[in-house]
Design a protein around this ligand. Structure first.
Ligand SMILES: C[S@@+](CC[C@H](N)C(=O)[O-])C[C@H]1O[C@@H](n2cnc3c(N)ncnc32)[C@H](O)[C@@H]1O
Length: 229
């Protein structure tokens, strides 16, 4: 997927299709992120979540992994200078980016896991789960196919429109949602909270990696520093 051609219009396309509904999903668990100290955001896009996150969290160090140079440029422009000093931008494919184990107390993926076919999503989620510290959180915003005939039909129509749009504009090869919730569970994470919107088409989820029984739980205040190569 190459999001460069649509980066400048991305937010306006989103607002035209969904108003502020996706924005509300991204910010649903923002208050839970206020004490995070080592944060990894994947597929950030144009920086709207990043800017809001840095405004509520004045101490976190953030790694952003984003494959689109145009999206990264927009995200950089959006940040005031002091906040930008806490962010390292990595222009990389998340599938091949180095992800040091046990390094982050918060991972954020908003409308990102839907960019991957099931096998790529499985590999990526397993690597990301390993990069998360025991006790760490993972905030997910995603689309979903909810149960219920009408709600499912509504979701399938929207998903079909969106996958077609992104295939033609960005070359996205994935054609349907990967089973991301099952993959997160398989990677050992536990879903603590969920909010739904638009008849279940959109969800915000808060997942957590259990603290190791025989290891001290990492609090947000006592994290080791890690180096993103
Ligand atoms: C659908 S957009 C979502 C953007 C933003 N997170 C949001 O909430 O709207 C997907 C983003 O993930 C990025 N992306 C897609 N595949 C990627 C990959 N393999 N590695 C890193 N970034 C990727 C795209 O460039 C794009 O910015």
């Amino acid at each position: 997927m190459n999001a460069d051609p649509i980066a400048a219009f991305y937010r306006w396309i989103e607002y035209a299709a969904f108003g502020k509904a996706l924005e509300r999903r991204r910010f649903a668990f923002l208050s839970r992120a206020a004490r995070a100290r080592r944060v990894l955001i994947l597929g950030e896009g144009d920086g709207r979540f990043l800017a809001r996150f840095l405004a509520v969290n004045d101490a976190a160090q953030v790694d952003v992994v984003e494959a689109s140079a145009a999206m990264l440029a927009l995200a950089r422009e959006r940040l005031p200078a002091p906040a930008a000093r806490r962010v390292r931008f990595h222009h990389q494919d998340a599938l091949s980016a180095p992800l040091p184990a046990d390094s982050y107390d918060l991972i954020v993926t908003h409308f990102f896991l839907d960019c991957f076919a099931a096998d790529d999503a499985a590999r990526l989620i397993a690597r990301l789960a390993a990069a998360l510290l025991p006790g760490g959180a993972w905030i997910v915003s995603e689309f979903e196919e909810p149960p219920g005939r009408v709600a499912r039909l509504h979701a399938r129509l929207w998903l079909s429109v969106m996958y077609t749009f992104f295939r033609f504009t960005t070359g996205l090869t994935a054609g349907k949602l990967p089973p991301y919730a099952a993959l997160l569970s398989r990677a050992g994470l536990i879903r603590e909270e969920q909010q739904q919107a638009r008849w279940g088409l959109m969800v915000s989820q808060l997942w957590r990696k259990p603290a190791a029984a025989d290891a001290p739980q990492h609090s947000f205040d006592t994290l080791p520093l890690c180096g993103f190569p």
